[in-house]
Design a protein around this ligand. Structure first.
Ligand code: FES
Ligand SMILES: [Fe+2]
Length: 413
């Protein structure tokens, strides 16, 4: 078949409904805005890990769908989440990424969240506890009880991650993703985890393309290390499992680390209850990933910044009980795969940045193929098909033609 002219290039592929999607869903600004409203404002988002707020008054800030959020540990040790917005005139209250409210700051009282604009103060439960010149300005018309912070749904679960939702009516976190976590729940919850790595990257691509690369393994052809340490019968027998709400697991196998020169088995430091050198992936709709390679856990959290821009926060975890030597080894295991000079992460970033460069807003729409069927095994693209079917339901759009309303894949043929 020669290279195709424009009409041939625009024709639909000889695949079934659900086996390809339209690239507009990665590049259309209107679709992006709707995703923030109809997906990100309605789901559970893991903001950070409890080990990032070890002490009372520790806090961390983030944004969900452009809304600023602060999570803080109270003197009662409970972690709570609030909109990081002052009820007075709408200023963002805390602008640092993380820190502690315990000590006084030039524009903050001790043990308070203080809005530096006009000095209103809030306690760790979000109650307003001080309005400057309250009586002089408001007499008896407005008081502190009327001006508490906006409380957000917040739960700590699945190994100590702090989950927040902007939707008061969101389903329970357990219902949302409990089934998808089953395969690694015991290793994650056997004992407290601790963060040892954090970095973030702003990448010129759509957030869903990052999620795709975490949930399909056909691109292991790009990862030399994965080919050398995998690509045996056990690797090709890894199963993809789909769960309700668009989540997916990529099943485990035993990685042959010592097949790669300079690497060695990670069996000794495997997470509790995990067979040696196993590797599980939990991919959560709409774009969070938990990647357990035996001795180190990686978690990716995406914050979409535009149709063609995403911030990805990468975290690495070990056990809180690690000795200094065990921790060093875990960090080495983590970084040798996922660090800036590791064997894997930068290759994924090159892949998705290349897709992003070719799907900028305004680019002509084209088909993106998700049609590989291999009995739901590792190179089957079932994970992405499952994800985009869910995406279509939340958006009421057909992924293969987003100008049409959602319908099940079979009906779309
Ligand atoms: S905007 Fe916060 S005190 Fe005025
Ligand atoms: Fe990859």
């Amino acid at each position: 078949m020669p290279a195709r002219n424009h009409n041939q290039w625009k024709a639909n592929p000889p695949l079934k409904g659900g086996e390809w999607i339209d690239s507009r869903i990665y590049s259309d600004p209107e679709i992006y805005e709707q995703e923030l409203e109809d997906i990100f404002k309605k789901v559970w988002v893991p903001i950070c890990h409890e080990s990032e707020l070890p002490d009372p008054y520790d806090f961390r800030t983030a944004t969900i769908a452009r809304e600023p959020v602060v999570v803080a540990r109270g003197p009662d040790n409970v972690v709570r989440a609030f909109l990081n917005v002052c009820p007075h005139r709408g200023m963002m209250i805390e602008r640092r990424p993380s820190g502690s409210f315990e000590e006084a700051a030039p524009s903050g009282n001790p043990k308070r969240m203080t809005c530096m604009f006009h000095g209103w103060q809030y306690d760790m439960k979000g109650n307003c506890v001080y309005i400057s010149r309250e009586k002089e300005g408001y007499q008896d018309r407005l008081c502190k009880e009327d001006t508490g912070l906006r409380r957000l749904r917040c739960e700590v679960n699945f190994g100590g991650f702090i989950w927040v939702s902007l939707d008061d009516k969101v389903m329970s976190l357990e219902d949302w993703c409990g089934d998808a976590f089953k395969c690694i729940r015991k290793p994650l919850e056997a004992e407290p985890l601790e963060i040892f790595h954090y970095h973030k990257a702003v990448i010129g691509t759509n957030y869903k393309l990052w999620h795709d690369t975490n949930s399909e393994f056909y691109h292991d052809f790009m990862h030399y290390h994965n080919r050398v340490t995998g690509f045996n019968d056990a690797y090709f027998a890894r199963e993809n499992t789909a769960f309700k709400h668009g989540h997916v697991n990529v099943g485990s196998f035993e990685v042959q680390y010592d097949e790669y020169e300079g690497f060695e088995s990670r069996a000794e430091l495997s997470f509790p209850g995990l067979p040696p050198n196993q590797w599980y992936m939990v991919d959560l709709f709409p774009g969070m990933n938990f990647n357990l390679r035996g001795s180190a856990l990686r978690c990716d959290i995406v914050t979409p910044l535009g149709p063609d821009k995403v911030m990805i926060e990468f975290r690495g975890f070990g056990l809180k009980s690690d000795t200094p030597e065990e921790r060093r080894t875990r960090i080495d295991h983590h970084n040798s795969i996922w660090g800036p000079f590791g064997r894997n992460l930068h290759e994924d970033l090159i892949g998705v940045a290349g897709q992003g460069s070719a799907m900028l807003p305004g680019s002509e729409n084209r088909r993106i193929l998700h049609g590989r069927h291999e009995n739901n095994l590792i190179h089957d693209e079932v994970g992405m098909r499952h994800y985009y079917d869910e995406w279509g339901k939340w958006m009421n759009r057909l992924p293969s033609d987003p100008s049409q309303p959602y319908m099940p894949a079979e009906a779309a043929e």
